[in-house]
Design a protein around this ligand. Structure first.
Ligand code: AGP
Length: 608
């Protein structure tokens, strides 16, 4: 979720770009930079750290009428001065900034190096500027068009060239990009807040659209060059609303960003339809692994619970899961073949780091799953797989959890591939189902936007002070996440329980009218789940079934139903958690809680 800003016009580009980047600070970043046309050359200033650090390098604001800037949320290559954008070609004539993931960057980089291009960073973006250089014969627009035909992945990219001192070329595929329209000046940015102070006339760039900006105007076309008629919109948001993309809260924005987060996280993880994590260089370790220990906190722990069931089912490898703060009190019987997997959105959670360090002390290989490049967990683990959820601002984790699930499934499937516990055909089928989950999540979000069923349910139950979430197997793991979401942002007590265990005591807590959310996605477990539902209904509970459409008939006895699109039961957590996130969100709204910053909590718990 990098920030992009560009300007061409009669004014000074530098202050405009810096102001624009500062308005994108909420997107999170670890380095920033600016490239501008100055005295016939492209001058680049960039620095690891905050915007202020880059401004120290920039010093006295130079005068330029053409420039581009970037705040980087690292995905490939740790945060550093060299990895910061903009990136330049060998000649220094062309500069590029980029937001997205270039899936085939490794092969492109190899070919470009063989052709004599010098690379100085570890980023995927740098291949883009060298490709443009390769095709540049006097038209930046044509060179960018040709370069983009070679690139697979997602991008919002912007390029300038010292040979064309008033021209900006930009293109969009699966990453946000907007163009601001001024008088004798024009802007490009990754998000509306960056240009709000300058203009409210905006083109929202659509998929596979290409634009050329000069002070005299903006021309938009598709990637083949066919002109596109764009209708400018008048943006009436205030700056704060704009940071949330028009959503009322960051949490809701991040819930609705989940389909894209799924695509970004799975990008580059499949080769010929099969899951491929060989870039980890862990195949030997995976081949010999005896037992896996998964350790995490909070929501990340709930993702690990799903990971455990997925790995045991698909790869037939024993897995233990522990809450990180409890793990350290175990006298674990380690075996050198063991593997530890730690899961952490922030990569800075003290309890999780403590568990990681204990495993390292015991000489155990640690694989980290984290959302923050260069975080402590990423640096201290032996290997790391990044979730590409983008910065998660709301304290309550949603899109990060969902992308953690995807990585859990990717690990389970890759282990199954290495161990041979699933055939290539089974893996291909599961892989295509996994890659289709973004459409299923989108379907549910669209349905809620159209009908508001979950919002109405929250309105109905807003006064309750206690709820239960029930499930068996994978549904129990998701019930735990649903209960945590409700507790942490609406302050309603919520108990997640294994549906089969309720009768061994907690059933005493069921009373007339208490809402029970029952997850029912496991086709083989429906009968048993329904008998548990009868138990609680007989004691006065009001039961809301969160069930797959194909199991709707089985759940007729429930008082309400939230229907999920049909999905392979093993992948059901990816879809079943979404209504629970929305339920918690709307309950918090109706109860007047501070959704993005709930009381007593922090986004990253760096104390033990
Ligand atoms: C999740 O909604 C909570 N904010 C919290 O449980 C969080 O998941 C936990 O603190 C772990 O954080 P991490 O993923 O950054 O390690």
């Amino acid at each position: 979720m990098c920030g992009i800003m560009g300007y061409t016009g009669k004014g000074n580009a530098v202050p405009v770009i810096i102001d624009g980047l500062s308005k994108l600070e909420y997107r999170g970043y670890d380095s920033s930079g600016i490239a501008m046309y100055e005295d016939g050359k492209i001058q680049v200033y960039k620095k690891k750290g905050r915007l202020a650090d880059m401004l120290n390098v920039l010093g006295q604001e130079p005068l330029s009428h053409l420039g581009i800037g970037h705040t980087r949320w690292a995905t490939h290559g740790v945060p550093s001065d060299l990895n910061a954008h903009p990136h330049c070609d060998c000649s220094g004539r062309i500069a590029v900034v980029h937001n997205g993931i270039i899936e085939n960057y490794a092969s492109l980089r190899k070919d470009l190096i063989l052709e004599g291009h010098d690379f100085i960073s570890d980023t995927d973006t740098e291949v883009m500027v060298h490709l443009i250089e390769k095709f540049y014969t006097g038209s930046l627009e044509e060179a960018v068009r040709k370069a983009l035909t070679m690139i697979r992945g997602s991008f919002a990219m912007v390029a300038i060239c010292s040979e064309e001192p008033d021209c900006i070329v930009t293109a969009k595929k699966d990453s946000p990009l907007i163009v601001g329209l001024g008088e004798g000046e024009n802007y490009v940015a990754s998000d509306i807040p960056a240009i709000l102070g300058k203009t409210r006339q905006v083109y929202i760039m659509d998929e596979n659209e290409f634009a050329v900006l000069t002070p005299r105007g903006v021309t938009v076309s598709d990637f083949e060059g066919k002109p596109v008629e764009k209708k400018a919109i008048e943006v009436d948001w205030d700056p704060i609303a704009a940071e949330k993309g028009g959503y009322e809260h960051f949490m809701l924005k991040e819930i609705y960003e989940q389909p894209k987060a799924i695509r970004d996280t799975l990008a580059g993880k499949f080769q010929d339809g099969l899951i491929d994590l060989s870039s980890l260089n862990m195949d030997d370790k995976f081949r010999q692994v005896g037992k896996i220990f998964m350790v995490a906190c909070g929501t990340a722990y709930h993702a690990a619970l799903v990971g455990r069931l997925a790995i045991e089912k698909l790869a037939r490898i024993p897995v233990e899961t522990d809450i990180a703060s409890e793990f350290r009190y175990r006298d674990v019987l380690w075996n050198p073949q063991d593997l530890m997997i730690v899961v952490s959105q922030s990569g800075e959670t003290a309890d999780t780091l403590a568990a990681l360090r204990e495993a390292k002390r015991q000489g155990i290989t640690v694989l980290a799953v984290t959302n923050v490049v260069g975080s402590s967990v990423a640096r201290e683990a032996d290997k790391v797989i990044y979730t590409h959820a983008g910065p998660e601002i709301a304290v309550a984790s949603t899109k990060a959890y969902l992308t953690q699930l995807l990585v859990m499934y990717a690990i389970a499937m890759y282990l199954a591939r290495i161990k041979g516990s699933l055939s290539p055909q089974e893996l291909q089928q599961l892989g295509s189902q996994l890659q289709n989950t973004d459409a299923l999540v989108q379907e549910m979000l669209d349905r809620e936007q159209a009908k508001g069923q979950i919002r109405q349910m929250a309105e109905k139950y807003q006064e309750v002070n206690s709820t239960f979430f029930l499930g068996r197997g994978l549904d129990y793991a998701v019930a735990m996440e649903g209960a945590l979401k409700l507790k942490e942002i609406s302050y309603v007590h919520a108990e997640a329980y294994a549906a089969g265990e309720l009768k061994h005591g907690p059933l005493a807590l069921i009373y007339d009218g208490v809402p029970v959310l029952a997850l029912i996605t496991q086709d083989q477990l429906v009968e048993k789940s329904m008998s548990n539902i009868k138990e609680v209904k007989a004691r006065g509970a009001v039961v809301v079934a969160v069930c797959k459409e194909s199991l709707q008939e089985d759940c007729q006895e429930c008082d309400d139903q939230i229907l999920l699109p049909d999905v392979n039961p093993v992948l059901s957590p990816i879809v079943s958690v979404v209504p629970l996130q929305l339920f918690a969100y709307y309950m918090a709204i109706f109860r007047g809680a501070d959704v993005d910053k709930p009381r007593n909590l922090a986004k990253s718990v760096t104390v033990e």
